[in-house]
Design a protein around this ligand. Structure first.
Ligand code: SF4
Length: 69
C-alpha cells in the first residue's frame, strides 16, 4: 500500500508555486520534508508520510511561507 504524500493533487494550486515555498512543507523533527497539511487532514503521523520534493507543483492547500528553507 502506498503511503500518503500530498494534501491534494499537485498542480491544482496557484500557478508557478511549489511545495518548497508552501508553509506546510516542513517539519521540525523529520529529516525529509513531508506535507504537514496531508498529515493534518488524514490524521497520520508525519513520519508515516512519503517525502515531498520541493519542486512539486502546488496543490489547492498551498499557502505562502514566510521564509524559504
Ligand atoms: S502545496 Fe503545500 S499543502 Fe500542498 S502538497 Fe505541497 S506542501 Fe502540501
Amino acid at each position: 500500500m502506498s503511503r500518503l504524500q500530498f494534501a491534494h493533487i499537485p498542480g491544482m494550486g496557484p500557478a508557478g508555486k511549489t511545495c518548497r515555498v508552501c508553509r506546510h512543507w516542513n517539519t521540525d523533527s523529520h529529516k525529509e520534508r513531508v506535507c504537514a497539511k496531508a498529515a493534518e487532514l488524514s490524521g497520520k503521523r508525519l513520519e508515516d508520510l512519503t517525502p515531498v520534493s520541493g519542486g512539486t507543483c502546488a496543490c489547492k492547500y498551498w499557502e505562502e511561507r514566510s521564509e524559504t528553507p
